[in-house]
Ligand binder design. Structure first.
Ligand SMILES: [Zn+2]
Length: 228
């Protein structure tokens, strides 16, 4: 008679643990900045998994056209040989964040020491371009007690997002833009990816829409808060 109750309990527990790990916004294992502390109309663009030699320069062109700063969570191994591109990002006022060196699917399962090594290896790549401790964003946004410990022991602040664009999954950039625009709210931190082929068109759409609604774009790692 108690068996169904016990099974239900463990199913709920399992669901909770999956949610806690997969949803960086849950804050169960670590407190990540997932929304800017803003009442005024500001939003922030963040780009993961770059730099990408084909698409990142196009992203920078669009951002430069609108004079908008963004934050790029770079994957360490993709920065190899991309020094000019990284320098351009910094020179044009963008921020660099640490998104691990290897971005392995097994990252969350690494032992603490190896996880810290991987994060530090990415930091070494970024240090030449950024003079302050960047934010950390775990690969896939997956958190667990080891990720929390690694970030804390290395003195990192962690950043998530509150608007997931699914730009790597959806084929049509208009539906991605629609999803982002529908969720437009003060303080949004929007998750995008460098390598999305239609990123220039997508960016034009969401920047244009947000500006029409009276929003301005800020760098998520620089914003200190504000109200209208
Ligand atoms: Zn990633």
């Amino acid at each position: 008679m108690f068996l169904p109750v016990i099974i239900s309990f463990f199913c709920c527990l399992l669901l909770f643990l999956v949610y806690a790990s997969a949803a960086i916004r849950s804050g169960v294992y670590l407190k990540a900045l997932c929304r800017l502390p803003a009442d005024e109309k500001v939003v922030a663009l963040t780009f993961d998994d770059g730099p990408d030699s084909a698409t990142t320069p196009k992203i920078l062109d669009v951002l430069s056209h609108y004079k908008i700063p963004a934050l790029f969570f770079c994957t360490g191994h993709k920065t190899e040989g991309q020094e000019d591109l990284l320098q351009r990002m910094v020179d044009e006022g963008h921020g660099l964040g640490n998104h691990s060196y290897g971005h392995s699917v097994f990252f969350p399962l690494l032992p603490l020491a190896r996880m810290k090594e991987d994060i530090q290896k990415c930091e070494e790549r970024l240090q030449r371009f950024t003079h302050r401790r960047p934010f950390f964003r775990p690969p896939f946004g997956v958190t667990n007690p080891t990720v929390a410990k690694a970030a804390a022991q290395l003195g990192y602040r962690t950043m998530g997002w509150n608007v997931r664009s699914f730009d790597t999954v959806k084929k049509n950039y208009r539906s991605v833009a629609k999803r982002i625009n529908k969720r437009l709210q003060p303080g949004n931190i929007i998750l995008l990816h460098d390598a999305t082929p239609a990123m220039p068109e997508l960016l034009n759409d969401i920047i244009h829409y947000a500006q029409q609604q009276g929003y301005r774009f800020v760098r998520a790692d620089n914003y200190m808060g504000g109200t209208t």
